[in-house]
Design a protein. Structure first.
Length: 321
């Protein structure tokens, strides 16, 4: 499958994508014997003869995944123009091996090395949100508003920087913080804390995704386990917009008394039915219905205590039981 030349060079560990573009523009790349300087040119490493400085690139036969606990002072690149020690000096020679992402020369901690370009792209691209956790020693003691500022974001050189999460591990004259980020911008942690008013004196990366530095001494490396490779490839997943939950419809209101009686709300009694007298005008013994209501005695005024409309009361006494 054809790919852009700068991507092929980057995957082969020649340089970063930006550095590979410079190599191409300098005329150091030949494809099937022809010098190629166009950045949009494509080739197939499995089929084409691709050479950099007359050295042919070959696709790695076996994929390698290493985890290195980088010491301070070691450069996280394949080659250093200043001749400093690089991460490649701390791991065995493997064809096409290169470091994944950035880690400052003054920062110690975890860095991945691989010859699998697709794996490196997946782990390092911010879209997949593979978290990196750092422990930083900073000047001064942070308060809650400053922690909030770190997660809300600050501006440094016109660029917005923010941590996904931040918490204080220890605080005396200085503070140890734990920060989680996923973007991987250049010197992001140092610039973020400096912009918040707390410059970094020590910094180390303690985890990449599910992989931690537990049991790995500074300067040592190990092979990643297959389940760790799979977990890093999954990452946190691209951020997807979740559909909004529909609002629950309010429960229907209970019908008003007039509606239960078959009348429109706000209207009087049914036709032919006497209007109910106001409570203030009723006599002391008068009730307007319901259980135990008193009925008028036939032929006489007033009410009889025994006649109950619709209740369980006894009828009027007529002598005897």
């Amino acid at each position: 499958m054809q790919e852009r030349l700068q991507k092929i060079l980057s995957r082969a560990g020649i340089a970063s994508r930006r550095g590979a573009e410079v190599v191409i523009e300098q005329g150091r790349v030949r494809v099937n014997g022809t010098v190629v300087k166009e950045l949009g040119a494509k080739a197939d490493l499995e089929v084409d003869d691709i050479r950099v400085d007359d050295v042919r690139l070959r696709a790695p036969r076996e994929k390698t995944y290493l985890l290195l606990n980088k010491p301070r002072g070691v450069v996280a690149t394949r080659h250093d123009p200043e001749g400093r020690r690089t991460v490649m000096d701390l791991v065995p020679p493997v064809a096409g091996l290169f470091p994944v992402g950035r880690l400052d020369v003054g920062t110690e901690g975890l860095i991945l090395l691989t010859n699998d370009g697709a794996f490196a792209e997946r782990v390092s691209h911010p879209r997949y949100e593979v978290p990196r956790v750092y422990h930083a020693k900073v000047r001064g003691v942070l308060d809650e508003p400053t922690l909030h500022k770190l997660t809300e974001g600050v501006f440094s050189d016109g660029e917005r920087l923010r941590a996904d999460a931040a918490r204080i591990l220890e605080a005396s004259n200085n503070s140890w913080l734990e920060l989680r980020l996923h973007e991987g911008k250049n010197r992001e942690v140092r610039r973020l804390l400096e912009a918040a008013g707390h410059p970094v004196s020590k910094l180390r990366r303690v985890s990449i995704g599910p992989v931690t530095d537990r049991g790995l001494e500074v300067g040592a490396y190990r092979q990643l386990l297959p389940q760790e490779v799979a977990a890093l490839l999954r990452g946190a997943g691209p951020r997807e917009k979740r559909p909004a939950h529909p609002r629950a419809k309010p429960a229907p209101k209970a019908p008003r008394r007039e509606e239960r009686r078959g009348r429109p709300p706000g209207f009087g009694p049914k036709a032919g039915q006497a209007a109910e007298r106001p409570r203030s005008e009723r006599t002391s013994g008068e009730r307007t219905g319901g259980r135990g209501a008193l009925a008028p005695r036939a032929g006489k005024g007033g009410f009889t205590r025994g006649s109950v409309r619709g209740g369980r009361g006894r009828g009027p006494r007529t002598g005897g039981r």
